[in-house]
Structure formats: structure tokens, C-alpha cells
Ligand binder design. Structure first.
Ligand SMILES: CC(=O)N[C@H]1[C@@H](OP(=O)(O)OP(=O)(O)OC[C@H]2O[C@@H](n3ccc(=O)[nH]c3=O)[C@H](O)[C@@H]2O)O[C@H](CO)[C@@H](O)[C@@H]1O
Ligand SMILES: C=C(OP(=O)(O)O)C(=O)O
Length: 509
């Protein structure tokens, strides 16, 4: 391994030297060393310090090895350690991305507090910046300030960044208020199988937005004579479709009623934000939203999105699988209530603090202290439902938890075509996970976890589940290419380390 690495660096040095047109002797002279030493370095036959690499880089005027962060990131996990202490839940990816899109509704400045510093947010910022929106991190990088230009330059949109997220779909709602015609690339996101955009199209059509799809691109055209006379009934109670309908309704000059709306956490955060823009909304937290839109919005807005229930669930699962006593602070309890009730049935010993409010003044938070518990499998299967139900993004964590419990647990993810399949990756770490069909896995516990080296599954939550299992596995595991985790979690490795985990990040050179 080390030899291979020296040979690769050696080759990079030879290439850079030749590019400069130097002989080995000339490079040796510039470094104050001999031709034969340079020859050994280039052949990978000599240990080389970072300081020497830096000197060679300087001499050749070429960055031999980037000490920046370009290559894929990997994690090395020394497992089998107990976690302890307390850890704070960060703001949610899913609210933050909706709010970034919503910032396009106002011509004023948007300030978002404690925005999660995650790849998904970075991709959307790249998209916003490319179309002329100014963004900057303020208050030591904690908060984000977003200032739209007078005219958006949609032709300059960073297609590559846009394609890497599904959230870019939520540009449809705000952009239709600013331009009559525009294009958006097909949305990406986790590889979870087919994810329909039809409900978005059907809802937005009611506001006059017609979208046709050609290879890789949505062409959107607005007919301003169309407005929703009747309630809009969503064909699916999806989160982003509800958000898109809200974004369209927010600047529709009149009252729009959205039925079969998702009352989920990110939708609530978006509603609270829209209220701050002056948009009146009745029914927040229910499945019928009545929106009193405003034709123009020009005010500055300052909003603090709430904490992420899925991150809270991830951290609870981390404590459970490692048999630790851990306090998960700032957990948005309303969006975890059913998960907690199931865990309680399974025998989880935990305490919750009195409730307090998130910085948005609305969402209820608690601190949850989990203690080592002897868990048994739940009597009924674990399956998600639109809120209020077990959150679909929390379901994968039940696989890791079920693997630590006595007995067998059936997990039925009816929603995504691919996500349950990735849970079988846990078998590499010693779990007994049987795929019954693409939507159902049977987990047999308890598990004697064992360390392994593997690639990250290409889906955020299953990837984190694998990481948690690695925390529980005695020995050293390696998880390769964790972009997908960084898409939704801020500094997860460091934060887990702060409560006793031992995770090292490293990159390919
Ligand atoms: C940025 C964001 O907020 N992403 C979340 C959002 O994605 P998003 O709102 O984009 O979710 P999708 O629209 O992809 O819906 C997820 C899947 O559920 C199906 N479906 C959904 C609702 C319904 O009533 N019936 C139904 O069958 C859809 O067909 C799809 O296959 O919601 C998903 C489901 O909660 C979460 O996993 C994502 O983390
Ligand atoms: C599926 C997820 O996200 P996205 O909608 O961004 O793909 C998720 O958060 O687990």
C-alpha cells in the first residue's frame, strides 16, 4: 500500500519535472540533493516527507499533491467504542434546501440562521451563484446571507451542480414568478430508484406553469392567465411537491388551497418562512393549506430553520447500536414521536427533557438521553407513512437498531424501489439481513458486528446506517467515498468523535 503510494507520488514528480523541461540533475540541484536521490524518489524507492513534497512543488512550480480536498473522501472507523456525553442536532438538509429555493421569492435579502454546511446546500449555492444570486456566510460561517440580483441569468446556470440534487426541482415554483420561460436540468439526488415529478407538474400546472421534458432538461413556460380557481389536490402527499405548490401559491395574487399537503417538518419550516415574508397561511401542520399569496415580495427576511429529525434519529441509532449512554440535544420531538414510541416498545431506556422551542420559535425540541438497553424486535413490521407516521428517511435506521435487538424484524419500505436493497450491505458487517423482495428486508438480531472495508452505498441514509454499524464493530473498518453522507450531514465524523467515536477521514491522492 505504502509502496504503491510512493510510486504514484514519484510518477507525479517525474511528470511535473518533464513538463518543466528539467533533467533529474537540474531538479536535484534546485533541491540541494543528488540526481540519484531524485531518481529514487521518482521510482517510488524513497520515503518522502510532506516537507520534501512541498519543496519539490515549489521548485517545479507545480502542485504535486493537492493538500486541498479534491479527491473522494473515505472514513476509517475504529469500532467497538462506547459513545458518551451529548451532541447537538443540526438544522435539517430538507428545510435548508427548500428555504434556499424560497429565497428567490423576494427581491430583498434573506438571512438564514445556522444553515447546515452540507454538500447538498453547497450544490444549491453553486446553482444560485451561477445565476447571479450573491451568497455569503456570515457570523463565522454560521449564518447565510442571500441577495438576489435585479435580473437572474438563468442561461448561465451551473448544470452540473443542479443535476446532483433533487432539490433543484423546487426552483420551478419561485422561478415561474420571475420569468415566463426557463429551463432546468433533470433533478438528481440519491439513487433510490424512480422518483416521480408528475405530482409537481400537475400542481404547478394549476398556476399556469407548463413543463415539457426533453432529454435531460425541463422546459417551463408560464401562462399568466391561468390561476387555481378550485383547491389543488395533490396526487401524492409528497414533501417537495407540497413545497413547490406553496412556492407557487406564495406569489399568486389570491388565495390558493392545497389539499393532501404534506404536514412534514420541512414543509412547516417553509410555511414559517413564508409567513415572515408576509404570506398568510392557514392549516400549517395539517393536510390542507390555505395560502394568501402576495403578487410582489420585496422585504428582507431573517429566519432560523429548525433541527433535523432524521439527524436526531441517526444519532439515537448511533447510541443504540454502540450500547452507549448519549444525550441527543435539540431533537424536534413532534417529528420523532412515533419512532420513539416504537423504540420504547422495543425496550429502549431513555429520558426526555422538558420541551423548549427551536430558534424559529415554533418547532418543539427536547433533549433525549438514551441508555444501554436490551432491545427486542417489534411485534409488527416497521413501515413508513407520510407524517405523522414513521418518517421514510428514518426507516433505514431501524435496520441497524433491529440488528442489535433480539428476534426478527420485518422492515417494509414501500416507498423507494432501491433503498431497502442497500440495507443488505449490513451483512458485510455481520448482520443477518435477508432481502424478501425489493421493498422488504428481514433483520435477525442480535448481531455480532465485525469490521469490514466497503464502498458507501449510493444513498444517504443506508450509507449512514453502514457507518453506524462500523462504529459498533470491533476493529478497523473503512468506508469509501462518503460524498453521499456529506450531502446530508455536517462534519458527522468529527461530531461523532467529539462523543467518543474514533473516525479518521482520508482521501485519495
Ligand atoms: C429534499 C427533500 O425534502 N427530500 C425528501 C422528500 O423528497 P421528495 O418530496 O422529492 O420525495 P418524492 O417525491 O421522491 O417522494 C418519495 C417517494 O414517495 C412516493 N410517495 C410519496 C408520497 C405519497 O403520498 N405517496 C408516494 O407514493 C413517491 O412516488 C416517491 O417514490 O421527501 C422524501 C419522502 O419523505 C424524503 O425521502 C426526502 O428526503
Ligand atoms: C432521500 C433523501 O434526500 P433527497 O430527497 O435529497 O434525495 C434523504 O434525505 O434521505
Amino acid at each position: 500500500m505504502a509502496d504503491d503510494y510512493l510510486a504514484r507520488i514519484g510518477k507525479l514528480i517525474r511528470d511535473a519535472r518533464k513538463h518543466r523541461g528539467w533533467t533529474q540533475t537540474e531538479l536535484g540541484a534546485a533541491l540541494g540533493t543528488s540526481q540519484s536521490a531524485v531518481n529514487r524518489i521518482e521510482n517510488g524507492g524513497q520515503n518522502i516527507s510532506l516537507e520534501m513534497i512541498a519543496r519539490i512543488s515549489e521548485a517545479l512550480d507545480s502542485e504535486i499533491v493537492s493538500l486541498g480536498y479534491s479527491g473522494p473522501m473515505h472514513l476509517r472507523v475504529v469500532g467497538g467504542r462506547r459513545l458518551s456525553g451529548s451532541i447537538d442536532v443540526k438544522t435539517s438538509k430538507n428545510a435548508c434546501v427548500a428555504l434556499l429555493c424560497a429565497s428567490l421569492l423576494t427581491t430583498g435579502r434573506t438571512t438564514l440562521r445556522r444553515v447546515a454546511r452540507i454538500e447538498e446546500v453547497y450544490r444549491l449555492l453553486e446553482v444560485l451563484n451561477s445565476i447571479g444570486v450573491k451568497t455569503r456566510w456570515i457570523n463565522d460561517g454560521a449564518d447565510l446571507e442571500i441577495t438576489p440580483p435585479a435580473e437572474l441569468n438563468l442561461a448561465a446556470m451551473d448544470q452540473e451542480a443542479a443535476r446532483r440534487t433533487r432539490s433543484v426541482l423546487m426552483f420551478l415554483g419561485p422561478l415561474m414568478h420571475r420569468v415566463d420561460q426557463f429551463k432546468l436540468p433533470y433533478a438528481g439526488g440519491c439513487d433510490l430508484g424512480t422518483r416521480t415529478v408528475e405530482p409537481h407538474m400537475a400542481a404547478l400546472r394549476r398556476f399556469g406553469l407548463e413543463v415539457t421534458a426533453t432529454t435531460g432538461v425541463y422546459h417551463a413556460e408560464v401562462d399568466r392567465s391561468v390561476s387555481p380557481e378550485r383547491p389543488i389536490v395533490l396526487t401524492e402527499r409528497g414533501d417537495t411537491v407540497t413545497e413547490n405548490a406553496l412556492l407557487a401559491a406564495a406569489r399568486h395574487d389570491g388565495v390558493s388551497v392545497i389539499r393532501n399537503a404534506s404536514p412534514n417538518y420541512m414543509v412547516q419550516d417553509l410555511c414559517f418562512f413564508l409567513e415572515k415574508l408576509g404570506v398568510r397561511i392557514e392549516g400549517i401542520g395539517t393536510t390542507t393549506l390555505t395560502v394568501h399569496g402576495l403578487a410582489e415580495i420585496g422585504c428582507d427576511v431573517d429566519y432560523a430553520p429548525s433541527e433535523d429529525p432524521v439527524e436526531a434519529m441517526s444519532l439515537l441509532a448511533a447510541a443504540v447500536v454502540t450500547g452507549s449512554e448519549l444525550t441527543v440535544r435539540r431533537a424536534p420531538v413532534e417529528f420523532l414521536e412515533i419512532e420513539l414510541a416504537v423504540l420504547e416498545e422495543m425496550g429502549l431506556d431513555y429520558d426526555r427533557s422538558p420541551e423548549y422551542h427551536a430558534d424559529n420559535g415554533r418547532t418543539r425540541l427536547v433533549d433525549l438521553t438514551v441508555r444501554p438497553s436490551k432491545l427486542r424486535s417489534p411485534i409488527d413490521k416497521i413501515h413508513p407513512m407520510p407524517f405523522p407516521g414513521i418518517n421514510i428517511d428514518n426507516v433505514p435506521f431501524f435496520a441497524a437498531i433491529a440488528a442489535t435487538a433480539q428476534g426478527s424484524t420485518l422492515i417494509h419500505d414501500w416507498v423507494y424501489d432501491n433503498r431497502a436493497i442497500y440495507l443488505t450491505e449490513l451483512t458485510r458487517l455481520g448482520a443477518k439481513v435477508q432481502l424478501m423482495d425489493p421493498h422488504r428486508v428481514l433483520v435477525e438480531g442480535p448481531t455480532r458486528w465485525r469490521a469490514a472495508e466497503m464502498m458507501c452505498p449510493p444513498a444517504l441514509r443506508p450509507a449512514v446506517v453502514v457507518l453506524l454499524a462500523m462504529l459498533a464493530s470491533e476493529g478497523t473498518s473503512v468506508l469509501r467515498n462518503v460524498y453521499v453522507i456529506n450531502r446530508g450531514y455536517e462534519d458527522l465524523a468529527d461530531r461523532l468523535n467529539s462523543v467518543g467515536a474514533k473516525i479518521e477521514t482520508f482521501r485519495d491522492i
